[in-house]
Design a protein around this ligand. Structure first.
Ligand code: DAK
Length: 258
């Protein structure tokens, strides 16, 4: 386990885990934490020994949003000069799967962090919300956009305007969360899912993420051209030969990510 200033990190099998670690302030994401998360994700994205990454809080909560104390004196120019959104944007460039494991509150910037991950596993009693409106602002790190794409315009507007929390059940029914489990099982179930994905052919996992992401922002035609390119590309891989030969010879494939 590595203790950084605001997060703890460790690896289990081929899974890298980031645990948010500012429990005194309900894991509020300060700038240092965002930097440490990004540095770790990018380092693991380049690390052959890691296949999947998990971002989690503790057994009581994921996080209560960005650090309000740190933001309170900001103005538009200081935020522009700080340019921290550039750092948030880089989460979308991580090629390996990232899973958020959520207990308790997942609010504001923390909800945006979870939505930047690829999958969300949540406790049945977890609560998701964008309380920014109660502070006289609005989400700025992709919250309005990602929530709208997942839930549709009318439902997203209601949640964003009311600033209320939605249960994990509602989030799951609306495609925001992948699965809900008993609170004490969140981390264990997330790790099971992560290990399963980590056993899949690494290049296929990566190309599927890239292609699915493309399909969110592009026309069906453009996305299908992109899909075809990646499909062809996988036929240049050793893993395609291995996967298909293993099937023909009725044995388990041994994928190398090459
Ligand atoms: N920031 C700083 N401190 C926080 C905090 C936060 N977001 N949330 C809680 N804390 C602190 C509290 O001040 C308190 O500190 P002490 O009084 O003990 O020193 C401690 O954590 C315990 O909190 P509570 O006493 O309030 O705990 P409760 O269980 O009574 O209430 C709560 C839990 C989650 C309902 C409540 O703490 C709460 O409403 N928290 C604030 C939720 C919120 O509004 N979150 C921020 C949304 S704005 C950006 C990127 C992203 C963002 C902004 C900029 N850039 C790249 C520029 C995102 C913005 C947001 O997330």
């Amino acid at each position: 386990m590595v203790n950084k200033e605001t997060i703890k990190t460790w690896t289990e099998d081929r899974v890298g885990v980031i645990q948010l670690d500012r429990s005194k302030v309900l894991n509020a994401l300060n700038r240092r934490m965002v930097t440490e998360i990004l540095q770790t994700l990018e380092e693991w994205d380049r690390d052959d020994k890691i296949s999947v990454m998990v971002v989690t809080g503790n057994d009581k909560l994921f996080a209560a949003g960005a650090d309000i104390d740190e933001m309170a004196e900001d103005d538009s120019i200081s935020l522009e000069l700080l340019n921290q959104f550039a750092e948030w944007d880089r989460i979308a460039w991580v090629k390996k799967p990232i899973i958020a494991a959520v207990n308790g509150y997942c609010l504001g910037g923390a909800f945006e962090l979870a939505l930047s991950c690829d999958l969300i596993v949540a406790a049945e009693d977890a609560q998701f919300g964008f309380p920014e409106i109660n502070l006289g602002v609005m989400p700025g790190a992709g919250g309005t956009v990602r929530l709208t794409k997942l839930m549709g315009r009318t439902k997203a507007l209601e949640w964003l305007w009311l600033g209320e929390y939605m249960t994990a059940k509602t989030a799951c029914e609306n495609g925001v969360v992948n699965r809900t489990v008993a609170p004490e099982l969140v981390f264990e179930e997330t790790m099971k899912l992560a290990r399963k994905i980590a056993r899949q052919a690494p290049l296929s996992v990566r190309m599927i993420k890239e292609t699915v992401n493309k399909s969110v922002d592009h026309s069906v035609y453009e996305a299908m051209q992109f899909e075809r390119k990646n499909f062809y590309m996988l036929f240049s891989s050793e893993d395609q030969k291995e996967g298909m030969n293993a099937f023909v010879k009725k044995r388990k494939p041994r994928f190398k990510g090459k």
